[in-house]
Design a protein around this ligand. Structure first.
Ligand code: SAM
Length: 261
């Protein structure tokens, strides 16, 4: 019996980028123990299968333009469920602490005297780099990794420090950046980033319907137009994204991998 999940408490659990195999073992255990699971739009299908029979599964997703609940009412739902004495999992895509509104949820729990803990998850940038077969950092070339969100409030321009972001020695992971991709490219080039900086756009990273587009910064607006899917997408920008996969790491054709008799 695990004593880390008493009745009336909450775990904010990172569900990873979508592939259920990218869940941590701890996340899987907590999901299986929960009485109530409040889950996001980006939680992969197979992940919910881990909930126990009889657990209450509550969708609280909000995707851009299709908000079903505001953050305040999600905070309230979490707290109310815990105050009934239930063991509550708040299941969030990726890692709860990265653009996941986990601070608000923790604050709401603590204000109500509800114990809240966090189980980290694999963030989309890690899954995207893995899919591309690249490293997010690169010795001597990409010494800094910056996570930014390009999600602006409706009608507002993106408020970012473009000069700082246009760092040729960094890899930039832009969350929620598909719609703003043309502006991101224009602003970064305007701030001095090389137009031929490698860029990748990864949609549905780690899922069977994953798509990746690799391009260069000045061609990103054009490439973004060709992205028709409505899945979550991440932009990775920087020299590390353009690195070649070493020959030794490439899959060998079966014909050469099987020794000749
Ligand atoms: C609200 S943020 C949540 C990020 C999440 N907490 C994480 O750590 O990955 C949602 C954004 O994450 C990115 N994202 C999440 N899952 C993704 C996936 N499977 N493939 C590509 N991008 C993803 C997209 O940029 C999406 O718009």
């Amino acid at each position: 019996m695990h004593e880390d999940f008493p009745n009336g408490s909450v775990w904010l659990v990172g569900a990873g980028p979508g592939d259920p195999e990218l869940l941590t073992r701890k996340a899987a255990r907590l999901i299986g123990m929960a009485d109530v699971v409040l889950y996001d739009a980006l939680v992969g299908e197979g992940v919910l299968d881990l909930a126990r029979v009889g657990a209450q599964l509550v969708y609280v997703g909000k995707r851009s333009g299709r908000h079903s609940r505001d953050q305040g009412s999600i905070d309230q739902l979490i707290v109310e469920a815990a105050l009934t004495g239930a063991r509550v999992v708040r299941l969030k895509g990726g890692d709860p602490s990265i653009f996941g509104r986990s601070a608000e949820e923790m604050t709401a729990c603590r204000a109500a005297g509800v114990r809240v803990q966090v189980c980290p998850g694999i963030t989309a940038a890690s899954a995207a780099a893995a899919s591309l077969g690249v490293s997010l950092t690169l010795r001597g070339m990409a010494r800094r990794l910056t996570f930014v969100t390009a999600h602006a409030r409706a009608g507002e321009a993106l408020a970012m420090d473009w000069a700082a972001l246009a760092d040729p020695g960094a890899t930039l992971a832009v969350y929620m950046g598909k719609a703003a991709a043309p502006e991101v490219a224009t602003q970064l080039i305007g701030a001095g980033m090389a137009p031929d900086t490698p860029v990748a756009v990864i949609e549905n990273a780690s899922l069977p319907n994953e798509t990746t587009v690799t391009t260069r910064l000045d061609l990103l607006p054009l490439a973004a137009k060709g992205l028709r899917g409505d899945g979550p997408a991440l932009l990775l920008i920087g020299q590390a994204v353009g690195q070649d996969v070493p020959a030794t790491a490439q899959a060998q054709p079966i014909a050469t991998a099987v020794p000749a008799r």
